[in-house]
Design a binder for this molecule. Structure first.
Ligand SMILES: [Ca+2]
Length: 386
């Protein structure tokens, strides 16, 4: 119904205006850099999780956690679910998760998905990644193939991760949750609690840090991750940044380096939800582990992450934005080099769980809200010249 109303509004506004196609009413909110304008693009999305912009203003692909992949056209029209998407295990935090386009999408039309996959012992699930070719009419993924799987599958509904990030050289990085089975994050024979690096077809680069070692998964790039639900490539130097949920307290941003141990569960700023310390934890730091680049003692509930490198809103240049689920905000971080020097919480008046944030080709931010009736919203700063 909401969607219908929005479309009606859109159609009406298109008829009376030759200006931007999207003219649904914007909500305004205060921010340090000026008035934020928050415009609904599409509502009626069921727990949307991730989005990926298609080239040539063809709109974007959006995942919904229960298992649907949809196209949102540049005009804000929502498609039926695409065919050819794998069956997902949609329980707890599980379901259809991230979506990313091949770096060579214009040639190969490959779409990558991460998702929770069932079939484990005792009805458990693990994270899987696969790819399929987007049909020319954009109604289906063709020839979907799995390229990575967490085996064994250990989750009863928690901590799947996951984000998909291609680096400048075309390697695919996948962030993988520890399935709420803490010690596995330190076990190099498992893919729980890891960041992996693979070729786009799932094969393993020979220069990965643990290749050739016995009883070790050669896909592993870094380990000691808990539940990394955000990751992005730093556009200024090509490094991989990741963020992850701590337990009670201790959400982290990490800069991911080859072969390093990011500490979970040996080092953490958080405690168990029961109020008890994490049994394996030696403290906030532990020998041989990398401390987070930034940590929140009180967990905002970090999810999708975006670097801002567009020209449109100068005040946001070189900022990082992260969706916050628990605090229901969009976090804006300012940096001196890699060090966080200022934080602002945006969209607090919105009171919605922010699942993902991406910079659009138009320089606006696009956010997804994690709700039964979730939405895709365009966020900009009202400039004096507008
Ligand atoms: Ca850590």
């Amino acid at each position: 119904m909401l969607r219908k109303n929005l479309l009606a509004t859109l159609c009406a506004s298109v008829l009376i205006s030759a200006g931007p196609v999207l003219s649904a009413p914007a909500q305004t909110m205060k921010s340090e850099d000026g008035t934020l304008e928050v415009t609904p693009v599409v509502t009626g999305l069921e727990h949307p999780w991730a989005l990926a912009f298609l080239p040539d203003s063809k709109g974007m692909l959006v995942t919904e956690r229960p298992g649907n992949l949809r196209l949102v056209t540049a005009e804000g029209k929502l498609s039926a679910p695409l065919n050819g998407v794998p069956t997902v295990w949609a329980k707890g935090q599980g379901g259809l998760l991230d979506v990313a386009l091949s770096p060579d999408f214009k040639q190969d039309r490959m779409v990558y998905l991460s998702y929770a996959e069932g079939g484990g012992q005792g009805g458990k699930a693990g994270t899987a990644v696969g790819r399929g070719r987007l049909s020319d009419d954009m109604t289906a993924l063709k020839d979907f193939q799995v390229i990575l799987r967490q085996e064994p599958k250990l989750s009863v509904g928690n901590h799947f991760g996951s984000r998909l990030v291609f680096d400048r050289d075309g390697y695919l990085f996948v962030t993988l949750g520890e399935n709420n089975d803490r010690p596995t994050a330190q076990d190099l024979d498992k893919l729980q609690g890891k960041v992996v690096r693979i070729y786009p077809d799932g094969t393993v680069p020979k220069d990965n840090p643990f290749v050739g070692q016995a009883n070790v998964r050669p896909e592993i790039w870094s380990y000691g991750q808990r539940n990394p639900q955000g990751a992005a490539l730093n556009p200024w130097n090509g490094t991989l940044w990741e963020n992850e949920h701590g337990p009670l307290g201790g959400d982290e941003v990490n800069i991911i380096e080859r072969g390093k141990n990011y500490g979970w569960p040996l080092a953490t700023h958080g405690i168990n939800y029961s109020g008890q310390p994490i049994p394996e934890a030696k403290g906030e730091t532990a020998e041989g582990t990398v401390a987070p680049n930034h940590v929140w003692e009180k967990s905002p509930g970090l999810s999708g992450m975006a670097f801002y490198d567009a020209d449109r809103f100068k005040a946001w240049q070189r900022n990082v934005f992260i969706g916050a689920l628990i605090s229901q905000e969009l976090i804006r971080l300012e940096f001196d080099g890699d060090k966080v020097i200022h934080e602002e919480r945006l969209l607090g008046d919105f009171k919605k769980r922010i699942r993902d944030v991406r910079q659009g080709p138009d320089g606006y931010l696009y956010v997804l809200t994690d709700e039964e009736n979730g939405g895709l919203y365009k966020v900009g700063l009202k400039l004096l010249a507008d």
